[in-house]
Design a protein around this ligand. Structure first.
Ligand code: NAP
Ligand code: ZN
Ligand code: ZN
Length: 351
């Protein structure tokens, strides 16, 4: 076993703090990765605080991992020592169900193994995430980082990036499409960048004043306020797709009429039960409310390669591991532009 140092939440109500644990020695198909950067996703916070239930403590969050390969298993052929690689939200899946066969491992019918707070079905050990010095991952779930892409800005692509890229591709967003993004945070800012890069007209729907300038810089053509009934009703029948990144339960009813005929509002936050949703605006215009979970491994590589070709990165604020608890508080206040990324050198050097 390999000794690892990271930060863990010991319970839903305590701060994250230093935690020593172990990871497996590489299996034949494994890659061992020295973690350089790890993005901070709102899902990390939800899991640390048990917002969704089912958190097994202590939990080491982190699933926007970028690092360098230090060792490969005897049968692992895709990577060499020294390669820069990424790991997202999943570290394994069954490999043979319909979804896995089609490269959509996130929808594995037998349950994908998540990077943290999962049990590895092969050795029954708990998985621990990227707020740590190193990780061992099956090579199939390791992504190649495009040459020349800034690694700290690329880390959030592994979750915030793919989670917004996947619905844009699934709903065939391209030149001439009209896309709205609800909520300008980690996922929202990537959605603006991708929707723009794919040639669509992009609108940010936000509840916060003062984000206009950033929104335009990030790719928005328009900004409207979810709280402004006049602006919302003026936008009726506008969007092909709304990517809703809001992390808490909210009223969807004002958003649905802004969709065109056949338009879809896709939720990426796990909100639990929705507030009452009026069906008439859906029935009368064949509109849909859908959900979407990260993206498959082939699609994640496609997204990373697209970012490499177009130099698309997340706007990040680099923090030390020790600052994680303040970062969570700031994330709850929407006070982040637009993703915190932990520099793992801060852990290794004990700074
Ligand atoms: N489906 C998936 O695969 C997947 C993957 C990753 C994350 N997620 C989930 O996606 C959600 C967003 O994650 P994130 O990391 O982007 O979060 P984030 O950085 O905190 O951004 C969320 C944004 O939503 C808006 N917002 C926050 N609270 C709100 C409220 N109570 N009412 C209305 N708007 C609110 C804010 O934008 P404005 O100030 O502009 O309104 C905020 O910046 C989380 O629930 C996360 O768990 C899902
Ligand atoms: Zn995430
Ligand atoms: Zn499967």
């Amino acid at each position: 076993m390999k000794k690892v140092f990271g930060y863990a939440a010991p319970s839903p109500t305590e701060d994250l703090g230093p935690y020593h644990f172990e990871r497996r020695d590489p299996r034949p198909d494994d890659v061992v990765i020295d973690i350089l950067y790890c993005g901070v996703c709102h899902s990390d916070l939800h899991t640390a605080r048990n917002d969704w239930g089912g958190t097994s403590y202590p939990v080491v969050p982190g699933h926007e991992i970028v690092g360098r390969v230090t060792e490969t298993g005897s049968a692992a052929k895709r990577f060499r020592t020294g390669d820069f690689v990424g790991v997202g939200c999943m570290v394994d899946s069954c490999g043979h169900c319909f979804s896995c066969f089609h490269g959509e491992e996130q929808y594995c019918e037998n349950g994908a193994t998540y990077t943290y707070n999962s049990i590895d079905p092969r050795d029954k050990l708990k998985t621990f995430g990227g707020y740590s010095t190193m990780i061992t991952v099956t090579e199939k779930f390791v992504l190649k980082m495009p040459d020349g892409l800034d690694l700290k800005g690329a880390a959030p692509l592994l979750c915030a990036g793919i989670t917004t890229w996947s619905p844009l591709k699934h709903w065939k967003i391209s030149k001439g499409s009209r896309v709205a993004v609800a909520g300008l945070g980690g996922l929202g800012h990537m959605a603006l960048k991708f929707a723009k890069a794919l040639g669509s007209e992009v609108t940010l729907i936000t509840r916060s004043k003062g984000k206009e300038e950033d929104a335009f810089r990030l790719g928005a053509d328009n900004v409207i306020y979810s709280t402004d009934e006049k602006q919302m009703s003026a936008a009726k029948l506008t969007f092909d797709l709304i990517i809703d990144t809001i992390p808490n339960v909210h009223d969807l009813n004002p958003y649905i009429p802004t969709l065109k005929v056949n338009g879809t509002l896709v939720l990426v936050g796990y909100l639990g039960e929705l507030e009452k949703l009026h069906t008439a605006p859906m029935v009368l215009r064949r509109r849909a409310v859908a959900g979407s979970l990260i993206g498959g491994i082939p699609e994640t590589q496609e997204m990373l390669d697209f970012c490499g070709a177009h130099n698309i990165l997340s706007d990040v604020e680099v923090i030390k591991m020790q600052d994680i608890n303040q970062a969570y508080e700031r994330m709850i206040r929407s006070d982040v532009k637009y993703r915190f990324v932990i520099d793992m050198a801060s852990v290794k050097e004990g700074k």
